[in-house]
Write a protein that binds this ligand. Structure first.
Ligand code: ZN
Length: 154
């Protein structure tokens, strides 16, 4: 039974790898960030369009292994249209899932295909690959929140 599940998850991951979502470049993004995972050679660029505290659109350009590319593709699907607060919650939950920490049951959000990445926690060298897009996203949103706070403080 567990082999069947693994196969299903492998299919989900390979589907995102072969047809990554969120590839389309954005016109005048509000945020741009880049990330690297030197241990594997994965590289990512991420653009976000934000309006009214929501992720209006996202572009993920990732070059690397199947895990990093599919994780970035899943990210683009899951975060689009969500509020920044929701996205931060999801990102924290995904980080926990990937590092084998207990994930709060009631994050109350559908993380879609992302559960296919849960098995990555059993492959420590792959964890950084799966995390790359998420740490890049968190970075980006933190710099956004900071710049907003500065505006408010002025
Ligand atoms: Zn990788």
């Amino acid at each position: 039974m567990s082999e069947m599940i693994d196969e299903l998850y492998r299919d989900v991951i390979m589907d995102h790898y072969r047809n990554p979502r969120g590839r389309k470049k954005l016109d005048k993004p509000d945020l741009h960030n880049e990330g690297k995972n030197p241990s594997c050679g994965d590289e990512i660029e991420m653009d976000l369009k934000i309006s009214d505290g929501r992720i209006e659109d996202v572009h993920v350009g990732c070059v690397g292994c199947a895990i990093s590319v599919s994780s970035g593709s899943m990210l683009s699907e899951v975060i689009k249209g969500r509020s920044i607060d929701e996205v931060k919650k999801i990102a924290e939950a995904v980080k926990k899932m990937l590092t084998g920490e207990p994930v709060p049951e009631d994050i109350g959000l559908d993380i879609g295909d992302l559960e296919a990445l849960e098995g990555v926690k059993n492959f420590p060298v792959r964890i950084k690959c799966a995390l790359l897009s998420w740490t890049t996203l968190i970075d980006s949103l933190e710099s956004y929140s900071e710049s907003r706070e500065q505006v408010r403080a002025q």
